[in-house]
Design a protein. Sequence first.
Length: 180
Amino acid sequence: MRGSILASEMFERPPWVIYADDPAKFRFSYSFSMGRIPQPTAILDAKGAFLTHPERRRPNEPYETRPLGSPPKYLSDEAKKLWKEIAHNLLPGVSKVSDRHAFEMLVWLMAKERADSINNNERGQLIKLLGSFGMTPADRSKISLDSTPLDEFQQFLIKPKPVRPAPRVRLSSLAIVRLR
């Protein structure tokens, strides 16, 4: 009776229990997959996803404008110095007030790294947090920020040189007849 399914058993037990005695069937009997993690709208916009599908734009996504700010008062003096050091090394516009908790975790893990008391799991979290703030070479290449507006002189300097138009060749009606 190994692996056989009766109609009454299908409704009494969930599918992952029905085939629990046969590992080969268990693998294919039930899928534990999760959906994709949605990308932020800013990343999709930078990739040009809304050029081809403008209907996919999320109209009500929150947008944070306030900067990261100074370190919290409850941090130790060493942690405050580390906060300022890491914040100084961040790319401009990457971190905002809503990122303070993740940034605090980054500071805490970096302090443990410098004290050489970090384990491998924490080091993996540190590398992931550094990447999410764009502080590794591979992740820095994925970040695209709006540049500040240029003044008139800077616009003049980057303006391409004008190209002289090619002279127009006029063909007489006689030449057109000969070409045909």
